[in-house]
Design a protein around this ligand. Structure first.
Ligand SMILES: [Ca+2]
Ligand SMILES: [Ca+2]
Length: 466
């Protein structure tokens, strides 16, 4: 029986927003390998993370539990969250079900107290203790002056010595082997995460001065409630603007994407030339998006499309190929989907996503349930094919008609004509919003712990600038 169950190549990318040619979001990006992967599977063009931040996004995917149910809203490590005590993570579940389970790079959030657990894996490279080689070229250190690491640099280290290259090499080597059991191989790329440094070759593939600027609507925040404005990090925005770094950061972000894409290509080549080519499901996903100045914000940590929309491609033998699916799906759906595709047993926890296997057969299948993204307790966004609805902890709202307003510029939440749309969407907000686990920290501000909006306004906008 084991010989017939498919293998899984599970590829995570860190901080890759919807910048891949096949996602048609930014015209100048170079991603031949993401694009060829999309051709052999289904590109989920309306996929969203469950939290716009590494740790809670990955904790949710790996547990199959929403942040609002687990309380894992922030940086807390998987291992210390009580709600995860009796949870089998996705890799552990594969292991319990007879798979050979291997990992390399950033799958769990990478920090000294985070990372993989020995119980989940048969093999991890370089090691369980040091799972991620984050070196992809020498980078300027984080400092107060550069807003905690908003940095870029043309790398001068040979590509073969860079972390993502090495992780890909190890994954490629495993894919060239034959196994007597089906395998689950997780590969986590670290780029294009900050610092934006990678080998020079990838910078040289772009003509910096001809890159199309990311359009920033200057008054975009004017129709957004205070709880939303709190998400927009004005300090970083002003830092980038005053130092005229926009173009260089864009160039470096694109270079890092193309560098990562090249490593993906090496892994796909290894799979195709090895003994496992015909019986391996490939799942390619990003953990959260990234702002490049939109809504006066850089990095992630918001409930807007730049942060929530992520690349998601599933290539599955025997399923549809070269199709784009616009139905709303989430990373939370991957656990139940793989569970079904690989005929695994029931995990101990209740999975809160839905298997999207019907969409792999027919991407046009009716699919109405909105996808939920949560950032901080009781602050959520819901995305459907047409609408984006945000409700913050203080009850304030945003509503966007994505059909006519792709970039979510015009907040319709205060317009009474749309009350019925909001009423319909609200039904899907999580019914449970458990308190924050002790030790929860979110970057910049943590809305539900920051009741004094006036104090926040003063901090970020200055006393005389309401
Ligand atoms: Ca991330
Ligand atoms: Ca706006």
């Amino acid at each position: 029986m084991d010989g017939k169950r498919p293998n899984v190549l599970f590829i995570a990318v860190d901080d890759l927003r919807d910048f891949a040619t096949c996602m048609q979001s930014y015209p100048d990006v170079i991603t031949p390998n993401i694009d060829r992967l999309a051709k052999r599977g289904i590109l989920f063009a309306n996929a969203h993370c469950q939290a716009p931040m590494c740790a809670p996004s990955r904790n949710s995917l790996l547990s199959g539990i929403l942040p609002s149910t687990s309380g894992a809203y922030g940086f807390q490590p998987f291992k210390v969250i009580p709600a995860f005590k009796n949870v089998d993570t996705l890799p552990k579940h594969f292991k319990n079900n007879g798979y050979h389970v291997m990992g390399t790079g950033k799958i769990h959030h990478n920090a000294p107290t985070h990372g993989p657990d020995a119980s989940e894996w048969h093999e991890y490279w370089p090691s369980i203790e040091n799972p991620v080689n984050t070196f992809n070229g020498d980078a300027p250190p984080k400092s107060k002056e550069n807003c905690g690491g908003i940095v870029w640099k043309v790398g001068d280290t040979p590509e073969e010595e860079c972390g993502d290259y090495l992780h890909a090499s190890w994954a490629a080597e495993q894919l060239s082997k034959e196994y007597d059991k089906p395998f689950f191989l997780a590969l986590g790329f670290y780029k294009p995460h900050l610092p934006l440094v990678c080998p020079k070759k990838y910078f040289d593939m772009y003509d910096r001065d001809k890159l199309q600027d990311v359009y920033i609507k200057e008054d975009d925040l004017d129709d957004i409630p205070d709880a939303g404005k709190m998400r927009s990090n004005r300090v970083i925005y002003e830092y980038v603007k005053s130092n005229k770094m926009e173009k260089d950061l864009l160039h470096a972000y694109l270079a890092c994407i193309t560098y990562m894409d090249a490593q993906l290509g090496r892994v796909l080549d290894a799979l195709d030339s090895g003994p496992n080519a015909d019986n391996t499901i490939i799942v390619f996903w990003g953990d959260n998006g990234w702002h490049l100045g939109e809504k006066h914000h850089w990095t992630k940590f918001t409930l807007w499309r730049e942060s929530t929309r992520v690349p998601l491609i599933i290539s599955c033998p025997g399923k549809a190929q070269d199709r784009i699916c616009t139905k709303p799906v989430g990373l939370i759906d991957l656990f139940p989907t793989l569970n079904e595709l690989c005929s695994l047993g029931k995990p101990p926890q209740k999975l809160e996503g839905m298997s999207i296997v019907p969409l792999l057969d027919d991407p046009e299948t009716e699919w109405e349930t909105p996808v939920i993204t949560t950032f901080g307790r009781d602050s959520h966004s819901l995305t459907t094919e047409r609408w984006k609805y945000i409700k913050y902890f203080d009850g304030s709202e945003e509503l966007y008609d994505r059909l006519f307003d792709t970039f979510e510029w015009y907040n319709l939440a205060e317009n009474p004509s749309y009350q019925h749309i909001k009423d319909e969407l609200k039904k899907y907000l999580p019914k449970i919003n458990v308190p924050n686990e002790p030790g929860t920290t979110l970057p910049h501000v943590f809305a539900s712990d920051y009741p004094n909006i006036e104090a926040w306004r003063e901090k970020y906008y200055g006393k005389n600038n309401a």
